[in-house]
Design a protein around this ligand. Sequence first.
Ligand code: 1PW
Length: 215
Amino acid sequence: AVMSEDQKFCLREVLDTFQSCLTENKEVRIDQYVAGWRGLVRFMNSLGSVFSFISKDAVNKIQIMVNYRNGENGEHYATVQSMVKYELDKGLVDITKRGSFPESGCRTLLRLHRALRWLELFLERLRTSTEVDKTSVMCSEAYNESLAQFHPWIIRKAAGMAFCALPGRPTFFEVMNVGTPEQVVAMLGDALPLISEVYQLTQDLYSQHNLLDIP
Ligand code: 1PW
């Protein structure tokens, strides 16, 4: 699909947004986290309609987070750290079984957080790949190592089918719109450690508060 100029996409900007999540005292800003996800969704949509079922859930979850941010308690949702503290203090999270808070911020962000791990693994494979490597294989390997364990069979099946429809590596690099393959590799080398840090800080925080299994 040809994209119009005003929505010309560049993966570098998206990854920059994730990097800007980090505050000086190593908190994770929700506005930037969500903005990073918005960019990823645009990227997925530009890969074709098979990816729209995948991006749809991300869009829903992004919207839930934006609504919290714009709501009357929005200031508590400035960072993942402040959100966790606020929702736990107020008892706004169903931690062990589904209950009154099916769309808590903690639960919703956990889904995006798990998906960020997939992205990290996929981009790392992309970074170290060569011309003969297939994006579909890299993508499904990354998925099987991360997000797949949280998905029921039917979603794993659908995701696998979407991956098969991914464009080949040369087209994929073009859609990323970063420049030559060498520039893509360099950009990924710069961006990945920071994405990884965002992931790890969130992971540690969730782990400390036993929030990694929110149903
Ligand atoms: C090519 C680059 C791709 C990187 C982006 C990764 C996006 C991940 C979105 C996967 C969504 C699959 C379909 C939705 C499944 C939901 O059930 C699931 N959501 C996620 C984000 O894993 C769990 O959410 P739920 O059902 O517990 O509310």
